[in-house]
Every structure is written in C-alpha cells, then in structure tokens.
Ligand binder design. Structure first.
Ligand code: OFO
Length: 172
C-alpha cells in the first residue's frame, strides 16, 4: 500500500505525462500544417509514448489498491518557429519531466517506498533515452546548418519512426 502523498504525486505525474502527450500532438498538427509530415509522425508516435507513460502509472496505482484521479490538462503551450526551435522546446520539456521524475524518486526514498522507487527506475531510464533522442536530432540539425535539403532529409528520416507494439497500454 502506498501513502496518500505518493498517490497524489503519482496522480500529478499522470497529468504531466498526459500534458506531454497533448503538447506533442499539438506540435504534430503544427508541423503537418507546415508540410513536415515526417516530423509530425515522429511527434505523434511520441504522443503515444507519453500516453503509455501515463497509463503505466495508472496501472501501478490500481495494483497498489489506489485510484487514478484525472484532472484538467492545460492547453499545450509552445512557440511557433523553426524545426530547430521546436526540438529545443521538446528537449526543454523533457528536462522538466526528468526533474519531476527525480523529485518522485526523492519522495519514494524519503518514504522508504521501495516498490515505487523500483517502478520509477523505468521512468529514469526512459528519460535518458528521450533526452538522448532529442539531443541527437538537434545535433543533426546543427550539422546540416539548417539547410532546406537537410531538413527535407530529416523529415523523411523521422517519418520512419513507428509505434512500438509494446506501447499498447490496453495490454498493461
Ligand atoms: Fe513521459 O517522457 Fe516525455 O514527457
């Protein structure tokens, strides 16, 4: 059984993960409108990943005899700009999520809640992967010097990203 404080904190994180999903979906729509169908697809796959992150917490609460509480999700907030500026905002958002997960680990340790700490290790690993992906994309953009041809190629490359079957949260 987990504490009320940890249950509330997990529910806050569920909201943050759903906000991340909503943010990437909004960015995907904006990229599609600009003609970057591949980047839009990459962001849409990211939307699915974020929903999986949220639902993995929901499942964990259920297993612990607690319940998910869904709150209002804020309007996605991002500035329109270049492809590089979009990915800079994605990275910045992921850095915020990483700090949020780290804060949860601190709480789990303070409460000697080993089960939640163990679950959070999965999210820590996931954040390392997400930040690495975003950094790699930004590095590629820098290498191309923001050239139109380079962005075209990046758009094709990112469009190859597929949803992973393991992200089906109905199977959680
Ligand atoms: Fe859930 O990792 Fe991104 O936000």
């Amino acid at each position: 059984m987990i504490s009320k404080k940890m249950t509330d904190r997990i529910n806050l994180q569920i909201n943050r993960e759903m906000y991340s999903a909503f943010l990437y979906l909004a960015m995907a729509a904006a990229m599609k409108e600009k003609g970057y169908a591949g980047i839009s697809k990459w962001l849409t796959v990211q939307y699915h990943e974020e929903m999986f992150h949220a639902m993995k917490f929901v499942k964990y609460l259920e297993e612990q005899g607690a319940a998910a509480k869904y709150e209002q999700i804020d309007k996605p907030s991002f500035k329109d700009g270049s492809v590089k500026e979009y990915f800079e905002q994605v990275l910045k958002h992921e850095q915020f999520v990483t700090s949020s997960i780290r804060e949860m680990v601190e709480l789990a340790r303070a409460e000697k809640d080993y089960a939640t700490e163990n679950l959070l290790q999965w999210y820590i690993d996931e954040q390392v992967e997400e930040e690495a992906n975003d950094n790699e994309i930004l590095q590629t953009i820098d290498l191309m010097g923001n050239s139109a041809h380079g962005l075209y190629m990046l758009n094709i490359q990112l469009g190859k990203r597929e949803n992973e079957a393991t992200l089906d949260f109905t199977a959680l």
